[in-house]
Design a protein around this ligand. Structure first.
Ligand SMILES: C[S@@+](CC[C@H](N)C(=O)[O-])C[C@H]1O[C@@H](n2cnc3c(N)ncnc32)[C@H](O)[C@@H]1O
Length: 247
């Protein structure tokens, strides 16, 4: 065996090891350390990153699923952040009433300003807690929520609240990252943090912090089993979960 072949073997073994690692799912314990996302600097920084292609891709995925589910009005986006999913939904479902709810006053203001700039003033944003939605019993047609589940201090209470607020037959879709995302995504998150992330979010260890605070599919299944919903499913992706249920 000449020295070149030895080098080829070494490179091949290293590559195989890296590919194997990239496609492995880590087993991290959950670390809910996201206090601070509500501060004004973080809200503005999050507004900027929300316009990047990765976030658009997530909104496109969710909108595609919603088209399939044919949501009834009013559609409520819980933990709407700067409101870009509300904008997508307002365009996608022009006849439906779309309302964004967020715990952070700063976020609802950023969202309302964004919608005004996009000419989507008919959308509405209210400050509210996912665990105590500002809607009467059985009055909401559809609840959607993206990248917010890992922030909720009591997700079980939130799912009970969704059940209370939804109309009979109303549905919800909750999209989030998953803590057992393939290692590849943790590498990409670390890269994004160094290269793209605005300072206001880097301080919060984002996006790795969100992934570490998120749930693995079996934990979401346990939440759903303990919830009043009887019809639900947890779909799984390489770095995400999508939980869909019906009242
Ligand atoms: C990471 S951002 C996601 C924003 C947006 N949904 C998106 O996909 O880009 C999480 C949002 O959830 C909001 N949030 C956190 N806890 C909440 C709660 N208990 N009730 C309502 N909103 C909450 C935060 O204020 C923040 O705007």
């Amino acid at each position: 065996m000449d020295s070149l072949r030895v080098q080829d073997w070494i490179v091949a073994v290293i590559l195989a090891f890296l590919v194997g690692q990239a496609l492995t799912r880590p087993r991290f314990a959950r670390q809910a350390s996201l206090e601070g996302i509500e501060d004004p600097e973080a809200a503005r920084a999050y507004d900027r990153v929300s316009r990047t292609p990765q976030f658009r891709l997530i909104r496109r995925m969710v909108a595609r699923e919603l088209r399939r589910l044919k949501p009834e009005s009013p559609i409520v986006d819980v933990g709407c952040g700067p409101g870009y999913l509300v904008a997508v939904l307002a365009r996608e479902f022009p006849d439906e009433q779309i309302i964004g709810v967020d715990l952070s006053e700063e976020m609802t203001q950023v969202a309302a300003a964004n919608m005004a700039a996009l000419g989507l003033g008919r959308t509405r944003f209210v400050r509210g807690d996912a665990a105590g939605l500002p809607f009467a019993d059985g009055s909401v047609g559809f609840i959607v929520s993206t990248l917010s589940l890992h922030h909720w201090s009591d997700p079980a209470a939130v799912f009970r609240e969704f059940h209370r607020a939804l109309k009979p037959g109303g549905r919800f879709l909750v999209f989030d990252v998953r803590r057992d995302a393939l290692n590849l995504f943790y590498w990409l998150f670390a890269f994004a943090r160094r290269v793209f992330l605005p300072k206001g979010l880097r301080r919060l260890n984002e996006p790795t912090g969100s992934a570490l605070a998120s749930y693995v599919p079996s934990e979401i299944e346990e939440m759903m089993e303990a919830s009043p919903f009887t019809e639900w499913m947890v779909r799984r992706g390489a770095f995400w979960t999508m939980t869909i249920g019906r009242k």
